[in-house]
Write a protein that binds this ligand. Structure first.
Ligand SMILES: [Zn+2]
Ligand SMILES: [Zn+2]
Length: 409
């Protein structure tokens, strides 16, 4: 399909469906569900996909959906939306505010879900008209916030046979109609670290006859971050920051155990991969010097989302075709985490930021009980996702002189 035609078809589709999509989003917003408990949400999406003639497959745990549109031997492009809410109180004063105490769509996943639903309905129409040059896999992913839903999708074969994957996230600092794009890393890694130290304990009068555990723990607290900064490329911005320390109960007794907990954040994928082993060896050498035993529990969060350059170009081209020239804005790597990163460790793809701020309006932040979006972003998201899928499908095919790719507007 030519770019000009695509834009016209999206206009016609959205003129008919935009209000319905907004209502769908408000319904999800009123009934938010936390990770791996998105049963009602899954049901609502399934009903709509089925009504459009698609065949959704619910993941074995009962939440989340994988659904293919189109068939044949062409390439396969996946579009992913996350469907879970956050354990936060909704503090908005809107008619569609959450009806579930302690649960709120404060990360905009209701908007992502609605955008993917709208895109699914549009692509189903395209497929029925014989205009889909390949297969689009729709991934309605559960439990992004836990995180772990991406790993569940992958364990169920959700991206096997997929050539390229795309996703987006609401960005309340960008105006509606803008798309934030960046090749390379766009989010960060964040892991948790728990260290336990133990020793014989004893009287503070005789530290030389035991192991001075509090002193050793203090050394670990200061030495580990310092040593890391000299062992890892400073450009990776790896930071270990402690959030909790605990040891001892009396002024004159050396305790026999203590703990420290903190987070490891990192902008760079390579540094993220080597961090646990490096921290472990540094810990052992510091603890060994003071005669205490140390063990470490390192809990992986998510790696950084590292956008593939060609996929970012496809998003940019799609944004220009479907949202207009000037819709693409540069964006920065954030220190937040996003489990879309797991997909990009296996296949190429890219993650976009979708503007949700009303021009001249209030700037919200995600993960806050007051978060809301300008719902005009839903139609923009549908335009972007549909155009991206079609662009990626066309560009994944061998180009011939008569291929419609050569006539894209
Ligand atoms: Zn979030
Ligand atoms: Zn999110």
């Amino acid at each position: 399909m030519r770019g000009r035609e695509l834009r016209g078809e999206l206009d016609a589709f959205l003129a008919e469906t935009e209000q319905d999509l907004v209502a769908f989003r408000r319904d999800l917003h009123m009934y938010p569900e936390l990770g791996f408990a998105e049963y009602r949400t899954t049901q609502r999406i399934t009903e709509r996909l089925t009504a459009a003639g698609l065949v959704p497959a619910v993941l074995p745990r009962g939440t989340g959906i994988i659904c293919d549109v189109g068939s044949g031997d062409g390439p396969t492009v996946a579009l992913r939306a996350d469907i879970d809410a956050l354990p936060l109180q909704d503090e908005k004063d809107a008619p569609y505010r959450s009806t579930v105490p302690g649960a709120c769509h404060a990360c905009g996943h209701d908007v992502h879900t609605t955008i993917l639903l709208g895109t699914s309905l549009f692509l189903a129409q395209q497929a029925a008209a014989g205009l889909l040059p390949g297969r689009v896999r729709l991934i309605f992913q559960p439990a992004e916030e836990l995180p772990g839903g991406a790993l569940e999708v992958m364990a169920q074969g959700g991206i096997s046979g997929v050539d390229r994957i795309f996703g987006l996230h609401c960005d309340p600092r960008l105006d509606v109609g803008q798309v934030g794009l960046k090749p390379g890393p766009i989010t960060s890694a964040c892991d948790r670290l728990l260290i336990r130290v133990s020793g014989p304990g004893g009287h503070t009068a005789r530290p030389h006859l035991t192991a001075d555990l509090v002193f050793a723990l203090a050394k670990i607290l200061t030495e580990l971050p310092a040593a890391l900064s000299r062992r890892i490329d400073p450009r990776s911005s790896l930071s270990l920051v402690w959030g909790r320390v605990e040891a001892g109960s009396a002024a004159n007794a050396i305790p026999d155990d203590g703990i420290a907990e903190g987070t490891v954040r990192c902008l760079d994928e390579n540094a993220w991969h080597v961090a646990p082993d490096l921290i472990k060896s540094l810990l052992e050498s510091v603890a060994g010097a003071y005669g205490v035993e140390a063990e470490m529990e390192y809990t992986r969060g998510v790696p950084p989302v590292v956008n593939d350059e060609m996929s970012v170009e496809m998003l940019a081209e799609a944004a220009q075709r479907a949202l207009g020239a000037g819709s693409v804005a540069p964006t920065q790597q954030s220190l937040g985490g996003e489990d879309f990163a797991w997909y990009l460790e296996s296949i190429p793809g890219a993650f976009a930021r979708l503007g949700t701020r009303s021009p001249g309006g209030r700037t919200y932040d995600i993960h806050q009980g007051t978060f809301d979006v300008d719902e005009g972003a839903i139609a923009m998201g549908v335009r972007l996702m549909a155009a991206t899928a079609l662009t990626a499908l066309w560009e994944s095919r061998p180009v011939t002189v008569t291929d419609p790719i050569t006539t894209l507007a």
